[in-house]
Design a protein around this ligand. Structure first.
Ligand code: PLP
Length: 400
């Protein structure tokens, strides 16, 4: 069996979540808005899932809006918190390394006449408090010019760097702006308490923590006004129309609750395997780590190898029995170097040498040992191939 090291792209649904979901698709499939007793059972399952999801984040159940994905939660935050009914302010700040769900939503707002500032990151992927403070517009000439929303991700999906969210949110609030964080890669992986983070909105997605695909959630702090993206029925407190995905939502709540309770034991174990992988890989000539060493997701090892094309490396590793990726699954197949790696200041030739390994709850020490035994030969073969195809060319020179 291949070793699956692409858990940042998606995870296997854990059996407890699946067991909780199946009855809601077979016998107990009623619409939670139906008045009959089967409908009321579905309603109770939904209410319990909302309470469980809220408790896992330190939130109130009314503050949870279930969505169809992490992307939808991000878009709801960006569009919903900046809609005319929600704010007069028209300036958005986000970072250069956000997921495209946030960056493309920002592009759309810009096209609609909003001002958008993209704050840079340093070589490890950190957003600096000074850079945010400089970008914030509080004392603008008119309310319209002032910053309404700052959206900075909790941790980056490609390089694993964890941002100083509590500090950044406090600065945004000092300037009267709201703060949203995309926690799609951190929910269930590192502790989250929305009050401690001091944020107004937070996105998550079930399939990143062993829940089902196609279901996410947006936490919206009580008092923050968010306009719906999808209108129609009055579901989700009028904030997201459409018959609820009861089974998916229950699966999300079970997977999140279990993951959060296991963080203390799991994250130490997974981080130890991650470090063994990083240390083993960095012992190879021409290998470097992308992102921060300390403030890093416990399951992320983003490595680059000089003289190697990451996409070719992913294919060669697949043949060798290891499933990894070059970075974001959404951008794979693109010939452009990743916007995240470019924002770190890496030239395209170096950025293209990246392979992201993302570990999961069932990754074993043996899996990592097997990978480390195959990695040197795979990398050397790819370098030899690149040299043969392009003697004295860019890849060969990059190794010197
Ligand atoms: C940081 C981040 N945000 C948002 C998303 C989008 O989540 P979904 O796949 O549920 O739309 C992803 C998925 O890769 C992600 O990694």
């Amino acid at each position: 069996m291949a070793v699956y090291l692409d858990n940042a792209a998606t995870t296997e649904v854990r059996s407890e979540a699946l067991d909780a979901m199946l009855p809601l698709m077979r016998g107990d499939y009623a619409n939670p808005s139906s008045a009959h007793s089967a409908g009321q059972r579905a309603r109770r399952a939904l209410d319990a899932a909302r309470a469980r999801t809220a408790a896992a984040l330190g939130a109130h159940p009314d503050e949870i809006v279930f969505t169809g994905s992490g992307s939808e939660a991000d878009c709801m935050a960006i569009f919903g918190l900046s809609a005319p009914g929600a704010s007069q302010r028209r300036h958005l700040i986000t970072s250069a390394i956000e997921h495209h769900a946030v960056l493309h939503a920002a592009d759309t707002l810009r096209a609609r006449g909003h001002a958008v500032t993209i704050v840079p990151v340093d070589a490890q992927g950190f957003v600096h408090a000074d850079a945010l403070a400089e970008a914030l517009r509080a004392r603008a000439d008119s309310a319209e010019d002032a910053t309404m929303l700052v959206s900075i991700m909790h941790a980056n999906n490609e390089i694993g760097t964890i941002e100083p969210i509590a500090r950044l949110a406090a600065i945004a609030h000092e300037h009267g702006a709201l703060f949203h964080t995309d926690a799609v890669q951190t929910a269930g992986h590192i502790p989250i308490d929305v009050a401690q983070l001091g944020i107004d909105a937070l996105s998550l997605s079930a399939h990143k923590f062993e829940g089902p695909k196609g279901v996410g959630a947006l936490y919206v702090r009580k008092g923050a006004c968010v306009e719906p993206l999808i209108v129609g029925g009055a579901q989700e407190g009028g904030r997201r129309a459409g018959t609820e995905n009861v089974a998916g939502i229950v699966g999300l709540s079970v997977a999140l609750d279990l993951a959060v309770h296991e963080i203390a034991s799991q994250s130490v174990h997974i981080a130890a395997l991650r470090d063994a992988l990083i240390d083993g890989a960095l012992a190879l000539p021409g290998a470097s780590l992308n992102g921060a060493r300390e403030e890093r997701l416990p399951n992320n090892a983003s490595l680059r190898f000089e003289g190697v094309d990451g996409q070719t490396a992913v294919l060669a590793l697949d043949v060798a029995g290891f499933e990894a990726s070059t970075g974001s699954a959404c951008a794979s197949g693109s010939l452009e170097p990743s916007h995240v790696l470019s924002a770190l200041g890496l030239p395209p030739g170096q950025a293209r040498g990246t392979v992201r390994f993302s570990l999961g709850r069932t990754t074993s020490a043996d899996d990592i040992a097997r990978l480390l035994s195959r990695l040197p030969g795979t990398i050397e073969k790819l370098r030899a191939l690149a040299d043969a195809l392009n003697p004295g060319g860019g890849l060969a020179r990059a190794r010197e």
